[in-house]
Design a protein around this ligand. Structure first.
Ligand code: HAM
Length: 420
């Protein structure tokens, strides 16, 4: 039997309403903050991620689904959404759009070849936003406030927002040097990945899952102490404005993020809920001031975040928050014989075109089984069609909730249901 690929999942009809509920909410919140949807392809040139996300990151090194197409081009299923959005921004010269800054969001499947674990999939859906074309602490605050608004709108409480500043390129370079001095003498005590990272990307040692309990991680120099005056001032302004609008956060000086493009504000949201599982990061993001130029774009900067709907659902489950059940159909027509079934199929055809959701029994079961079916399908009303109803055109319209019924003519059905 052919099985679903490892690390992927089917969203079954019994669960898809949960996704739709979340997706609708996310579209609505994005509208609130005036972000417009952008859709980029499922695959991009591999080079985009190597240059954009960074050749020394786990995503590029270990996790990409890369393949050659028939024209011998190297393509990669997108592992994240920021580099594609920036590619599109540059290609479509959005810096010249009349509406500025560019504020976009996406809700797209992403692909990473990761070890399967609760909350970690090889295909997952990210909702992400990017604000490109403005460097102002207040837009950083807007991005963070939207993020926390999203979680609060679903009723989630056991969350923590962690922020840090990675500073500008100069601060980052100075900090990297300090880290190399700190780790180099004992680097053989670290995992083989970290032994490479010390030369390619020392900041990532702080983020290592294997070595996180090593004493030298705890005693490592703090990024904050290497921020230059400008970077410090930027960070202070972000923090004071978060305070002003009452958004709680904690500073995590070791938060460096797993992608290379970050500068200044970086952040993650973690779940504190019991039973959430080992992977507690719900969302991550930050500012990327050099990314556009790195991809041969204009001198513009951006900031954004991405969260996966899979982990949002896990957080809701962990906090016992239920998503409302979907509404059932408006009407179910039971039919007593062949002729009535045929007529019922004509009636539902007309009613559906008038915007009424309705169904019949194509399995031609007995009346009792049809009533059960109506109940399972959440029908608000039912009617029963038999010989008499067909000859008079009058039917008993039964309200399933109250059990009350009244006689109506078949031609009036649609108006009555619209009134309900
Ligand atoms: P990221 O931290 O790699 O950042 O991923 C963001 C979020 O995607 C994670 O916090 C998590 O919710 C979700 N996620 C990542 N991997 C998986 C997985 N294997 N299974 C389920 N969920 C997953 C980025 O992707 C950046 N592009 C975010 C960003 C936008 N930065 C600036 N703008």
């Amino acid at each position: 039997m052919i099985q679903i690929p490892r690390g992927t999942q089917d969203i079954l009809p019994k669960d898809s309403h949960k996704w739709q509920f979340i997706e609708e909410r996310l579209h609505a919140i994005a509208k609130n903050y005036n972000y417009k949807e952008i859709r980029t392809p499922a695959f991009e040139s591999t080079e985009l991620f190597v240059r954009g996300v960074g050749g020394s990151t786990d995503i590029v090194n270990k996790e990409m689904y890369t393949f050659k197409d028939k024209g011998d081009r190297s393509l990669t299923l997108k592992p994240e959404g920021t580099a594609p959005v920036v590619r599109s921004y540059i290609e479509n010269k959005m810096q010249h759009d009349v509406v500025q800054p560019t504020k976009v969001y996406y809700m797209d499947p992403m692909f990473r070849y990761e070890r399967k674990q609760k909350g970690r999939y090889r295909q997952f859906v990210q909702f992400g936003i990017e604000a490109i074309g403005v460097e102002d602490p207040l837009i950083d605050v807007e991005v963070l406030s939207m993020l926390m608004h999203i979680y609060q709108s679903f009723g989630l409480k056991d969350l923590k927002l962690y922020i840090n500043s990675i500073g500008d390129q100069d601060s980052r370079a100075a900090y990297n040097e300090a880290l190399v001095d700190h780790f180099r003498p004992s680097i053989t005590e670290f995992c083989t990945d970290c032994q490479v990272r010390i030369d390619t990307n020392p900041m990532r040692i702080l983020d290592c899952k294997k070595d996180r309990d090593h004493e030298l991680i705890r005693t490592a120099p703090r990024m904050y102490d290497y921020l230059n005056e400008e970077s410090k001032a930027y960070f202070e302004e972000v923090k004071s404005n978060l305070d002003a609008i009452g958004i709680g956060y904690e500073i995590d000086y070791n938060l460096v993020r797993g992608l290379d493009y970050y500068t200044h504000t970086a952040f993650e949201v973690m779940s504190d809920a019991e039973g959430f599982g080992a992977i507690t990061t719900l969302c991550g993001g930050g500012r990327y001031n050099g990314l556009l130029e790195m991809l041969d774009g204009p001198h513009e900067t951006g900031i954004g975040f991405a969260l996966s709907i899979e982990r949002l659902l896990l957080a809701l489950e962990a906090e016992g928050i239920e998503i409302p059940e979907p509404e059932g159909i408006d009407l179910y027509i039971c039919a007593l014989d062949e002729k009535a079934t045929e007529k019922a199929s004509h009636i539902v055809h007309t009613l559906r075109t008038k915007g009424i959701s309705c169904d019949i029994d194509y399995k031609r079961r007995k009346l009792k089984a049809q009533m059960k079916d109506a109940d399972r399908k959440g029908a608000a009303y039912t009617i029963v069609l038999g010989g008499e109803e067909l000859s008079t055109g009058n039917v008993e319209l039964k309200h399933m909730g109250s059990g009350e019924s009244k006689t109506v003519h078949l031609d009036e059905l649609h108006t009555l249901l619209e009134e309900k």
